[in-house]
Ligand binder design. Structure first.
Ligand code: SAM
Length: 283
């Protein structure tokens, strides 16, 4: 009897709320011969919670070459294996690329078991255009390289999606507002499906001021969705006009504009134009 090669399942796990695991994911995790996990200790908690007793082996960026070989051997011998990462969909800013490539090359069937993915969850609730988007993963950690990448992306016309960690969220938001302009709309999605989930869509300047002013907003895991260049919808300027009117009644024009820019996040030249318009000089 010839041995039929096993199946490599790519199984999505929750990104926060454990109830987001699918019945099919649990069925597959319970039925395979082996689970290849990014961090076996981390995944042990998830598997214990769902009473999955399948043995686990580590598969991560540092052992992918040797681990892939061992996994392919087992698959070729007929075993079924599930690949999982610490959270969400494997391979999405997570290990697995080499394993999938080698499995395909060895003629092994690769079957995805879809589920949570932070970028898709964030995008779906962002209020930004979703018909075309570019997923950029993590920006470079070093300031110069990060700014260079953002400069290269500043004119991209579709929605951009980034992952970010708590260590760098303020630096990245600062660079985004600086390079894309404070009035570019973005959505900051923090701790999706967890206790302190916060999803806010506003101008880059507003989001930056908000995060700077509230240390809690710098904690946890983040997805940043940015509206594409030239995709800006005309903001409702009623509130900005009211603020500018109040300030300009009490202060010289330049000071009123400076303060209004800080409060509303709108660029100063736009507020100057509104001031001139209101005084009738612009007609
Ligand atoms: N494979 C995962 C997925 O499918 O989304 C992503 C793994 S990547 C190593 C981890 C990054 O994903 C975090 O730094 C954060 O940017 C994002 N992320 C993961 N879970 C998140 C959550 N619950 N809320 C917001 N962002 C999250």
């Amino acid at each position: 009897m010839s041995i039929v090669a096993g199946v490599l399942y790519v199984v999505a796990t929750p990104i926060g709320n454990l109830n987001d695991i699918s019945p099919r994911a649990l069925e597959v995790l319970g039925a395979v011969d082996l689970i290849a996990a990014e961090d076996t200790r981390h995944s042990a908690r998830l598997l214990r919670h769902f009473r999955v007793q399948t043995p686990c082996r580590a598969y991560h960026d540092h052992n992918e070459q040797t681990a892939s070989r061992g996994l392919i051997d087992r698959l070729t011998a007929g075993q079924n294996i599930a690949l999982i990462s610490d959270a969400g969909t494997p391979l999405i800013s997570d290990p697995g690329y080499r394993l999938i490539k080698e499995a395909q090359a060895a003629g092994i069937r690769v079957e995805p078991v879809p589920g949570a993915c932070a970028l898709i969850a964030a995008l779906s609730a962002s209020g930004l255009p979703t018909d075309r988007f570019t997923f950029e993963g993590f920006l470079p950690a070093k300031s110069q390289a990060r700014r260079a990448r953002l400069e290269a992306l500043a004119e991209v016309s579709c929605t951009l999606v980034f992952y970010e960690s708590s260590h760098r969220i303020l630096d990245t938001l600062t660079d985004l507002a600086d390079i894309f302009g404070g009035d570019r709309t973005l959505c900051l999605a923090r701790e999706i499906s967890k206790q302190f989930e916060t999803i806010r869509t506003a101008s880059a300047a507003e989001i930056l001021a908000w995060v700077r002013g509230d240390v809690d907003q710098t904690k946890g895991e983040f997805v940043i969705c940015v509206q594409g260049a030239g995709e800006e919808t005309e903001p409702d300027l009623t509130e900005a006009r009211r603020i500018l009117d109040c300030l300009s009644a009490e202060l010289p024009g330049s000071q009123a504009v400076k303060l209004a820019a800080r409060i509303t996040g709108l660029p100063k030249n736009r507020l100057y134009a509104m001031l001139i318009d209101a005084s009738g000089d612009g007609s």
